[in-house]
Design a protein around this ligand. Structure first.
Ligand code: SAM
Ligand code: SF4
Length: 468
């Protein structure tokens, strides 16, 4: 254990002299760098909330911060490499000022555990995704008396929901419904780093949604690795399925939009489809990860659905929810994937007509079943396939977006457009980004006439301007 790397005290706390008990240096600013999924983005809000509770303020850039936090992802090799580059920069900053604290949290920290300190000896504190509070314990104690390099164990994993929260936008909120995952997808490291699925009691979730609504939130996104298996582990007295949870959130006054991610196709039951169709606030969008269009590959991935089942489910969803947008995740180059298997993936992308897709080159993760499969696809073949996949996904999405031209869509305004500050930016209920001319403030719901489209965005004009 390393002691006294840097001490912290809440504002106003008396600072003693170096070496004396109670010696503390008031550290005022933090910077959090987030990698990976929405779950991580949400965890980062909790990390920021607890750092602010400890009296720190946010720094605009890492070089202005006293505490540098990296909330990591390890789903593929690429984020690992990006983290290494970020940590090299953090080390350079620390070399200039030894008092800086470097903290590494999230899935990479959990996967590496003690090795992180061997690999990056300048890291002061590390914590897994279920043990964000460890950061508070460590910093709150000024790095004293709390073991360096103690990670969350299965027993220690806790919902971050109990921690304070610093939200990016006052009108949107993520709400965690479960943590961990009970699936065994053969390529995926998530179950190893986030543990078995644990559902949050429904009362807590609905209470959080009500609190958000009172604070002015209009859109909530329910988060879980597999939201559709929500509730199976709950005690019989409070057992609630995902459909019931959607209906309970829909009943909360003030919540205009409900999103959720991700549902696993194997658990998408009719009651959830009915809830989507019937609940006013539940948006017309489902992110339904396909992974592969080949039943043979899906079997090797242990996804427990086949091509036909997936296509049937997509059709059922579109029948039940008119105007539904479907987005997906697809992996190219899974071990043993032949050109014929890959062709099947392309066929499904075309047949289902996705409105968007996250596309991934298969990345072997140490300890997963697929990483040990003998028939790994050569890198150049994976690259060539992902390029064809992206090309098709973009063509299909552009076609789908083109079909929106001429319609009026309800848009939740998020702020100024990133590409043209004279325009506003927002999202439709179908989760498509729209850049538009208008005068509405962030958080407003406004009608926008769609005038043009690309594969990823729409362009338009607000039809009803704010009264002057
Ligand atoms: N639980 C969610 C699900 O099942 O859809 C998402 C989990 S993961 C954070 C998001 C996506 O990363 C997955 O849907 C998959 O497409 C991709 N992914 C996971 N492991 C991967 C790997 N080893 N190589 C490439 N992509 C991977
Ligand atoms: Fe990973 Fe599969 Fe669980 Fe998603 S459902 S987190 S891909 S194991």
């Amino acid at each position: 254990m390393r002691l006294g790397a840097r001490s912290l005290c809440p504002p106003g706390a008396a600072a003693g002299r170096p070496g004396e008990p109670g010696y503390a240096v008031a550290v005022r600013r933090y910077h959090v760098t987030t990698f990976g999924c929405q779950m991580n983005a949400h965890d980062s809000e909790r990390i920021k909330g607890l750092l602010e509770e400890l009296g720190l303020g946010e720094a605009a850039a890492p070089d202005e911060a006293d505490v540098l936090v990296f909330n990591t992802c390890t789903i593929r090799e690429k984020p690992d490499q990006r983290l290494a580059a970020h940590l090299a920069q953090a080390k350079a900053l620390k070399d200039r000022d030894r008092e800086r604290v470097i903290a590494v949290g999230g899935c990479y920290a959990e996967a590496q555990r003690e090795r992180i300190f061997e690999r990056y000896p300048f890291v002061d504190v590390a914590f897994g995704p279920g043990s964000i509070a460890h950061l508070r314990d460590w910093l709150g104690a000024g790095g004293l008396g709390v073991a360096r390099g103690r990670f969350g164990t299965a027993e220690e994993r806790r919902f971050a929901a109990a921690l304070p929260l610093r939200r990016e936008r006052p009108f949107q909120a993520w709400v965690q419904v479960s943590m961990g995952c009970n699936s065994v997808c053969s390529y995926c490291i998530v179950p190893a780093v986030r543990g078995r699925e644990t559902s949050r009691p429904p009362g807590e979730i609905v209470a959080e949604v009500k609190r958000h609504a009172r604070d002015g939130v209009r859109e909530v996104t329910l988060l879980g690795q597999n939201v559709n298996s929500y509730g199976r582990d709950l005690a019989p007295t409070i057992r609630t399925g995902f459909a019931e949870l959607l209906r309970a959130c829909d009943a909360v006054e003030g919540i205009e939009r409900i999103r959720f991610t991700s549902p696993h196709p194997k658990d998408f039951r009719p009651d959830v489809i009915d809830a989507m169709a019937e609940c006013r606030a539940v948006c017309e969008h489902a992110h339904l990860p396909l992974q592969s269009g080949s039943t043979r590959i899906l079997k090797r991935m242990r996804r427990t659905y086949g091509r036909e089942g997936y296509v049937r489910l997509a059709a059922k969803l579109r029948d039940a929810v008119p105007d539904l947008a479907l987005t997906t995740d697809v992996i190219a180059g899974f071990p043993g994937e032949t050109e014929a298997d890959f062709q099947e993936t392309l066929e499904v992308v075309e047949e289902v007509g996705f409105d968007g897709a996250f596309t991934f080159v298969y990345s072997p993760r140490a300890g997963t079943e697929a990483a040990a499969m003998p028939d790994q696809v050569p890198e150049d073949v994976k690259r060539e396939r992902i390029e064809r996949l992206i090309d098709l996904v973009q063509r299909v999405a552009a076609r789908r977006n083109d079909a929106r031209v001429g319609r009026v869509e309800e848009v939740l305004v998020e702020g100024a457009s990133r590409t043209d500050p004279s325009l506003l930016r927002g999202r439709t209920r179908r989760n498509t980004t729209v850049n538009f001319s208008g005068d509405a403030p962030p958080g407003a719901l406004v009608p926008v006439l769609v005038e043009a489209a690309t594969s990823t965005t729409l362009r338009g004009t607000q039809t009803v301007l704010a009264p002057v």
